[in-house]
Design a protein around this ligand. Structure first.
Ligand SMILES: NC(=O)c1ccc[n+]([C@@H]2O[C@H](COP(=O)([O-])OP(=O)(O)OC[C@H]3O[C@@H](n4cnc5c(N)ncnc54)[C@H](OP(=O)(O)O)[C@@H]3O)[C@@H](O)[C@H]2O)c1
Length: 275
């Protein structure tokens, strides 16, 4: 069950690219009044620029004239933080809740830019947010009130599910599982198509079968709410074709150790990039 977005001040979105744009659309769809939103982005992509214009959303206004800034969402690339955040100094006195979705930017690294004891939430969304079907993990610092956390959860639920964790150290593993995870699934579809070609199918047919299979299986898992293992058992008859394939995939040197290695590599890289 998703929360309402109970906004009483101004919501500033810094960076209206793929992720920021998806959130903006989600907020508007959920009835956030466009008059409460300010977008800061020198050149948002065309579709998002049109959304901003159509709703009369304030775009790149002077920061010192803004009425109470309640939330500031940081959705620029992590590598732009050090160059861009000092330019937001005019917002510090509003003591906004700062919500960052930037990969690898730690709470301590964000706090430095926002004065005394700022309320900071670090969030890790993933790319299905673009269709409102992402999952975002959030961790808050000690200055975030229960109301602020609920507000951030409501804002992030506009693009999918939200889970809250208490330990920021988990963010590296979360990044490795759900942040990077959609790419693993896309690669699974590629491998399944290639395997189909190796088994004698024309490439176009194999690609179509693999794509529909991966997306259909994902949709079934979501809509049924059943554990993945139950669904797997449901389609595996003893000694049948699926059984034979799973004997390969579930062998000691099968998919699990490979994925464990891949997730560990991503988590390690996330730790290296963190600042
Ligand atoms: N996409 C994902 O799957 C994903 C997943 C998890 C987390 N994230 C995080 O989400 C954040 C945004 O990623 P994204 O994929 O949405 O990137 P993006 O599409 O490049 O969006 C970033 C936006 O910020 C704009 N920008 C650049 N400099 C700016 C400035 N000085 N002031 C205001 N806006 C500025 C960019 O404009 P230009 O294009 O003109 O530079 C662009 O429109 C990143 O920190 C990333 O780590 C993304």
């Amino acid at each position: 069950m998703s929360r309402d977005v109970a906004l009483s001040g101004t919501l500033v979105l810094l960076g209206a690219g793929k992720m920021g744009g998806a959130m903006l659309q989600g907020w508007l769809d959920r009835g956030v009044p466009p008059g409460r939103v300010v977008v800061l982005d020198p050149s948002p992509p065309g579709d998002i620029a049109r959304t901003i214009a159509r709703h009369g959303i304030r775009h790149n206004p002077a920061l010192d004239g803004l009425e109470r800034v309640e939330v500031l969402v940081l959705a620029i690339k992590p590598q732009n933080f050090d160059e861009v955040l000092p330019g937001l100094a005019a917002l510090v006195s509003h003591r906004p809740l700062v919500v960052s979705i930037a990969a690898g930017r730690t709470i301590a690294g964000i706090e430095r830019h926002f004065g005394e004891q700022p309320a900071v939430i670090r969030a890790m969304p993933n790319v299905p947010a673009a269709i409102g079907r992402g999952i975002t993990a959030v961790v808050a610092n000690a200055n975030v009130t229960a109301e602020q956390l609920a507000l951030a959860q409501g804002l992030l639920e506009a693009v999918g599910e939200v889970v809250t964790v208490d330990d920021e150290d988990l963010m590296d593993a979360i990044t490795a599982v759900s942040g990077s995870g959609p790419a693993y699934v896309f690669h699974l579809a590629e491998c399944l198509a290639d395997a189909g070609v190796a088994a004698g199918l024309p490439e176009e047919l194999a690609t179509r079968l693999a794509r529909a299979t991966v997306s259909g299986a994902g949709e079934l898992m979501r809509s049924s709410g059943r554990p993945a293992a139950d669904l797997r058992e449901m389609v595996t008859s003893p000694k049948g074709t699926t059984y034979e394939a799973l004997a390969v995939l579930m062998a000691e040197d099968g998919l699990k150790p490979l994925l464990t290695k891949a997730v560990a590599a991503a988590a390690r890289r996330s730790r290296e990039l963190a600042r």
